[in-house]
Design a protein around this ligand. Sequence first.
Ligand code: CP
Length: 342
Amino acid sequence: MTTDIRGRDFLRLADFEISEINDILDLAAEMKREQRHWSLKGRTIIMLFFNSSLRTRTSFEIGAAQLQAHPVVLSVGQDAWNLEWHEGVKMDGDSPEHIKDAARTLSRYGDALAVRSFPKLKSYDEDRTDPILTSFAKYASLPLVNLESAVEHPCQGLADLMTLREIFNQNTRRKKVVLTWAPHVKPLPLAVPHSFLLAAAMGGCDVTVAHPPKFELAPEVMEQAQQIAAKSGGTVKVSHNQDEAFKGAEVIYAKSWLSREFYGKPVEEFAYRNTLPSWTVSESKMGQTNRAKFMHCLPIRRNVVATDGVLDDDDCVIYQQAENRLHAQKALLVKLLGESSS
Ligand code: CP
């Protein structure tokens, strides 16, 4: 029996039971096989982007259209006003509208609201509260979907778990999965690695998070992942040795993320990074694994995060992951809104 999640917000994976996530992915798999047509006819999905996107925007917009819903996409600062989120402030700065008013207004127009808002990367104490998403959740009165916030990218996590299920013919339990830190030219947010870790833990995988010292993920997310793994039959551990972690791995998920120790201090962070050995995923490193599949959320900087040889190999599943965004999000929308009757 499937559980009913109609009307709920989809902000973080850990807000949902493993069974609820599995229900969404079972439906996503049915949709991918095109077993029948699902309809959200007459519904309006409003998407607000504070940041750039290729996959999230196109997969959500096309997914909504395929379900016969009406997608409305707004880029904040271009199509829509810049939005203030601080409470009780005198709004004499750059933002002419408050999220309180925008969220209440959009709630009268649409059936679901989806928001992308990256962290500002200045203050970890502020970013970890996910202020923009939290403000929308407080004031919107329709289901809110996180299209990547400071803390999580749960739609990516859904697609990633769907991809793991496909790789392992649905049996992801105890599969050896490595989430490896990788280099990048900028300090990047923690959202994608957080959501992948939680998703793989929900799948019951044996997850190793491999990263150099000082690149720990948020302790509260590590704690959530441990609790989820205890329920799913998986395990979560950390390694500071990429070569050791890769031995016998069946999936390598590469992603760069920033160091919370140097939050808001990129010059200091890169001075530290320059002392590290190479963490770029190469063909020779992949050769140490158990013929691992290579995963990444995209966009990816080729020959920085991973080499062309890794990315163009048959064992690379990055486009399968990207496609699964479409199916997983369509299933999510149908679960959150309920199908239209005709
Ligand atoms: N993976 C992902 O979210 O891609 P975009 O940033 O292009 O949406």
